[in-house]
Design a binder for this molecule. Structure first.
Ligand code: SF4
Length: 421
């Protein structure tokens, strides 16, 4: 079996807002194996993107990773840090939460890269696409030529403020080196951008959405990462371009052997790309396992609901069956100490009024589910009165205008829906 490249253990990320503490990611654990594609799927607001940003240490105030360990396998790094930070090293693994921020920063863009949700707002509009990819190339070059402890984005002549100012004052002065620029052109070519030499000198607004997504993939690949986190990599694209981008990611993954973590609300993307998958709901991973575990042998009613709401081309004209109700508030003072899915779950019982824990479906397997149904049959515990949640709270379980409602007549799915075509 392939070794784990990443072990996430008990990760919690919170936002401390004026309205109170938001538990965006709550005690999340999963592992990602070398060279695999791991998917995280769930509705909008379930904590998927915050999980991805936590992995690459990009949570900004008022957010904070409050708990958990992020074990990353890097033999050389483990060796370097074992004396100074013995508690953050376990064999070939380093707990990224237990080492200084400078070490985590040095890994970002090199060992870890991220494709962000919206390429149009992720590129700097005042620099050419080529310059921005070349900048990522230089980050990687500096990282590989110096010890991690001395790496910094600001100590290089090429990145000094003076250099940047001169690059605007003197057009002939390049912000990045010629060598990096040439590598940027190679990367643009690798991701299928036509006329990459000319395109490298163009600005982001001159690219179409699909090309900009490819350019962002090129930028993410500049650091030759071990782990690529792709957050909704195809959301803003039309269906044809979506397919091209997914094919491209598959090809690059095969070529480079990198590990990919895909974050998406689209079960089609998961089915097409992933080896294993985690289903997220209200900040928790409620079911995880292989594609077959989750798509065919699923146990959690939320997973079942997501799959049940996928439009079926065989029954055109029929009504779809969405996951009814709303994603609960993640404000700490509003979260009930019970299964967070209980007020939407068609199988809720009295036993669900206590917090379920992760349980294995098979004693020796890796299919884990956070639901009482892994240990008891539906009906073994007394049912809840029909109006239980309608009386207790305002998240009625049968809200016909719920998020995730799907209209089969035009095949669209609301932005907050669990599934899209
Ligand atoms: S624990 Fe109960 S309410 Fe929660 S998903 Fe399982 S059956 Fe439904």
């Amino acid at each position: 079996m392939r070794e784990d490249v990443l072990r996430v253990d008990g990760l919690s990320t919170r936002f401390f807002t004026g309205e109170g503490q938001v538990n965006a990611v709550e005690n999340v654990s999963f592992d990602v194996r070398e060279g695999e594609v791991f998917g995280i799927v769930g509705e909008s607001g379930s904590g998927k993107s915050v999980t991805g940003l936590s992995l690459v240490d990009l949570i900004e105030s008022p957010g904070e990773i409050t708990d958990g360990e992020l074990w990353y396998r890097d033999v050389e790094l483990a060796d370097e840090l074992s004396e100074e930070f013995p508690e953050a090293v376990d064999g070939e693994y380093v707990d990224l939460r237990g080492v200084p921020e400078a070490v985590r920063t040095s890994l970002r863009g090199t060992s870890f890269s991220m494709i962000f949700q919206d390429p149009e707002s992720s590129f700097n509009p005042s620099l050419t696409v080529g310059e921005q990819i070349a900048e990522a190339v230089e980050v990687q070059q500096r990282a590989s030529s110096r010890p991690r402890s001395t790496r910094s984005r600001t100590d290089s002549e090429a990145y000094s403020l003076g250099s940047l100012v001169l690059s605007f004052a003197l057009p002939s002065r390049k912000y990045v080196s010629q060598e990096s620029h040439e590598r940027a052109i190679e990367l643009l070519e690798m991701v299928g951008i036509p006329d990459p030499v000319e395109r490298a000198d163009e600005y982001p607004h001159e690219y179409s959405g699909g090309m900009l997504q490819r350019a962002m993939i090129a930028q993410a690949l500049a650091g030759e990462p071990d782990v690529l986190v792709a957050d909704e990599p195809t959301t803003a694209l039309d269906v044809t371009i979506q397919a091209q981008v997914l094919d491209l990611l598959s090809e690059l993954q095969e070529e480079t052997g990198m590990t990919i973590l895909i974050i998406t609300h689209n079960l089609g993307v998961i089915a097409r790309m992933c080896d294993r998958v985690g289903v997220m709901y209200a900040g928790e991973i409620v079911e995880r396992g292989t594609l077959e575990d989750v798509f065919r042998d699923n146990v959690h009613p939320y997973t079942e609901g997501l799959l049940g709401s996928v439009p079926d081309l065989e029954s055109v004209g029929g009504s779809l069956d969405p996951v009814r109700g709303n994603v609960p508030s993640l404000l700490d003072h509003e979260m009930e100490d019970r299964c967070y899915f209980a007020d939407r779950c068609p199988k809720a019982m009295e036993a669900c009024l206590e917090r379920p824990t992760d349980a294995r479906v098979e004693a020796d397997g890796d299919h884990l589910v956070k639901c009482v149904l892994t240990e008891m049959e539906y009906g073994e515990s007394p049912p809840l009165p029909d109006d239980y949640f309608a009386v207790e709270g305002d998240n009625a379980g049968n809200d016909d205008n719920a998020n995730g409602a799907v209209d089969s007549s035009d095949g669209t799915v609301s932005a907050d829906g669990g599934v899209s075509r």
